[in-house]
Write a protein that binds this ligand. Structure first.
Ligand code: SF4
Ligand code: SF4
Length: 452
């Protein structure tokens, strides 16, 4: 016996879009979408499967729109996620080797000091990585994310640590990949070349909060100096280097958006185009939220408004050949690093956390959110640190996710956000109908080009 899955989303009937008696349905179980006739859709949701054409029914089964009647969907999703996490073959670590940053952004929840990872601590980073890699037979690779403070202010620590970890992976025959979240201020081509060649860092996330007019009111240095022109110049110089292409590097421009700068997102896209960065960088649009009670989210746009604007920005990027990644979310087996018990964040003092927003933050740097310190014995580590119990939080029904159709592709958004009392639903929850259409439109266009 079969039933129609609970984990699906659907557009409205598409007459207004020139596709009468059609709609797009999306299985969040498999992250697949199909265009379907209205009458078949009605038969499917009413479980009149005998009225559906055999081939279409086969597709509905394959994409898991139709599933076994007795399947407990929520529990099976949680079980599959747990298994996938246990079998993951990459150990993902986040290292924050610098407690310092040149910038003084109003929405940042960190307290910066001039501290960097010492040689003794770098040895501890190495020892702990080796221990974790050897403690789980599933691993055959290491993925390091460099984060801060501004990580490039601790470049010497990045270089020394990378050398040791790359060597460790080489000895074991493991893969090694690395990415960095940087403000981009000191990212000159020479430094970029060293980071790529010596530290194997190929993916760079750089935040630009609109054009100079808005960026320079927010992402200013601690002494109040503007940074837009310098960062943009660095990006332009880097994407035009030989090694950017040769090593398949990517710069992702993140735009943090609220009521005070959403008007500057379109001009920023224009600026990306006028600097001939299309086809070379990708873009990502994010909302600004509170950080441990710092009130950074006081100027947040409403979720619906942001979601509608996001569609306009994504479309503009698509039309201008700026990569925005996949329009539809992929199946997610862990919400983020907090659900992978081996994935840790290490700061410049050796503190260990589960979430990369915890170090250097007054709200989270001590107490239950601290797992331990790399200079202390392993048996002193807190196994129940804040956010590590995310699956249980979902199970308890304390957050909305247990009964949400988006769960298989969302995983719960950001556990820290829920922990602070803010629902973490991503824009997709508000704009999935438009995104299903946009994704369909883009796929059709690509098909037409391929067939021309
Ligand atoms: S809990 Fe939120 S902020 Fe922390 S690592 Fe996960 S997604 Fe990022
Ligand atoms: S965060 Fe929101 S959209 Fe995501 S699973 Fe939870 S309730 Fe659903």
């Amino acid at each position: 016996m079969k039933k129609f899955s609970e984990y699906y989303l659907a557009t409205d009937e598409l007459s207004e879009m020139g596709m009468p008696d059609k709609r797009i349905i999306f299985s969040t179980r498999t992250s697949s979408s199909i265009l379907i006739d209205e009458n078949i859709y009605q038969h499917a949701i009413n479980e009149e499967f005998h009225k559906i054409d055999e081939n279409i029914y086969k597709t509905l089964l394959e994409k898991e729109f139709v599933i076994d009647k007795e399947l407990d969907e929520y529990n099976s999703i949680m079980y599959i996620n747990k298994e996938a996490r246990e079998k993951t073959n990459f150990l993902g670590m986040t290292i924050q080797p610098s407690a310092n940053c040149q910038l003084g952004c109003h929405y940042c929840g960190q307290t910066h000091t001039k501290d960097y990872a010492s040689n003794d601590l770098i040895q501890k980073y190495y020892d702990r990585t080796k221990y974790l890699l050897e403690n789980n037979q599933s691993y055959n690779g290491l993925a390091v994310t460099w984060y801060g403070g501004e990580p490039l202010m601790g470049y010497s620590s990045i270089k020394k640590t990378s050398k040791k970890l790359i060597e460790l992976c080489k000895e074991k025959g493991f893969s090694y990949v690395a990415d960095i979240i940087t403000n981009g201020l000191s990212l000159k081509p020479k430094l970029f070349e060293d980071l790529v060649k010596e530290c194997k860092i190929t993916h760079y996330q750089i935040t630009i909060d609109g054009t100079a007019e808005s960026h320079d009111k927010r992402r200013i240095t601690k002494s109040g100096e503007p940074t837009f022109d310098i960062i943009m110049r660095n990006i332009v110089d880097i994407v035009n280097t030989e090694i950017y292409k040769e090593y398949d590097c990517n710069i992702s421009i993140r735009v943090n958006i609220d009521k005070t700068n959403y008007q500057f997102v379109e001009p920023l896209i224009d600026c990306v185009i006028s600097n001939n960065l299309q086809g070379k960088v990708s873009m990502y649009f994010a909302t600004i939220v509170d950080f441990g009670g710092n009130d950074a989210g006081k100027d947040s746009l409403s979720k619906d408004f942001f979601a509608q604007k996001e569609i306009d920005w994504l479309f503009k990027c698509y039309e201008n050949n700026i990569d925005v990644g996949a329009i539809l979310p992929k199946r997610s087996y862990s919400v983020c690093m907090v659900e992978n018990k081996d994935s840790e964040v290490w700061d410049a003092f050796g503190n260990i956390y589960a979430c990369w927003e915890f170090p250097y933050s007054e709200t989270y740097e001590k107490g239950d959110s601290l797992i331990g310190n790399l200079f202390e014995p392993v048996d002193t580590y807190n196994q129940n640190a804040t956010l590590r119990n995310w699956s249980e939080v979902v199970d308890s029904g304390e957050v909305w996710c247990k009964t949400c159709k988006h769960l298989p592709v969302c995983g719960g958004g950001c556990p820290k956000s829920w922990h602070e009392g803010t629902p973490a639903c991503p824009p997709f929850k508000s704009n999935y109908k438009e995104k299903l259409l946009l994704d369909y439109y883009i796929r059709q266009k690509r098909k037409e080009i391929a067939e021309a």
